[in-house]
Ligand binder design. Structure first.
Ligand code: CMP
Length: 156
């Protein structure tokens, strides 16, 4: 299924100069960039974003970490993009993430883990709504689609 998924380059990724490297990986994979902005996350956004973590001991630290600097928010589109992007990102605890994934190649921490990616259709929709306005999401044809997907996949 054609899906959109939200990726955030977290404050540690931004400060470490990994923005270009991370974008390059998604572009090379064949995902289509349909939205991008820099945004400073607020308590209000994060309370909603991480509502499932609100009772966890790390919740307060997680929020201050995410508010440390702006983040780079991106919307990537592709067939089954949610799971494809999560494979490129790697598991939460970066020191155990597979080599070749973004966290596996660039991180050691389970909290300062460089990047966020939506984990389901529901969270992708919720996160998209928290960050992007309708006019910041772009629908366009790319001739790359014909190289990346077979004809039957492009119409699915
Ligand atoms: P992510 O999976 O993108 O979204 C939830 C975030 O909470 C996770 O990345 C980490 O940044 C953070 N997190 C998850 N587990 C822990 C933990 N045990 N201690 C501190 N931070 C955590």
């Amino acid at each position: 299924m054609m899906e959109k998924t939200v990726v955030l380059i977290k404050p540690d990724g931004l400060q470490r100069g990994l923005v270009g490297e991370i974008m390059h990986r998604f572009e090379r994979k064949g995902l289509k960039l349909v939205g991008i902005k820099m945004i400073r996350l607020t308590d209000q956004i994060l309370d909603d974003w991480y509502s499932h973590h609100k009772d966890k001991a790390f919740f307060k630290d997680l929020k201050s970490f995410m508010e440390w600097t702006p983040v780079v928010a991106m919307l990537w589109q592709g067939l089954d993009a949610i799971s494809a992007v999560r494979k490129v990102v790697g598991i939460t605890k970066a020191r155990e993430a597979e080599a070749g994934s973004i966290r596996g190649d660039f991180g050691m921490s389970g909290s300062q883990n460089i990047i966020h990616a939506s984990d389901s259709m529901e969270s992708a929709e919720k996160e998209l709504g928290l960050i992007f306005n309708g006019d910041e999401i772009f629908d366009y044809n790319s001739s790359m689609d014909l190289l990346i997907y077979s004809k039957d996949e492009v119409v699915s």
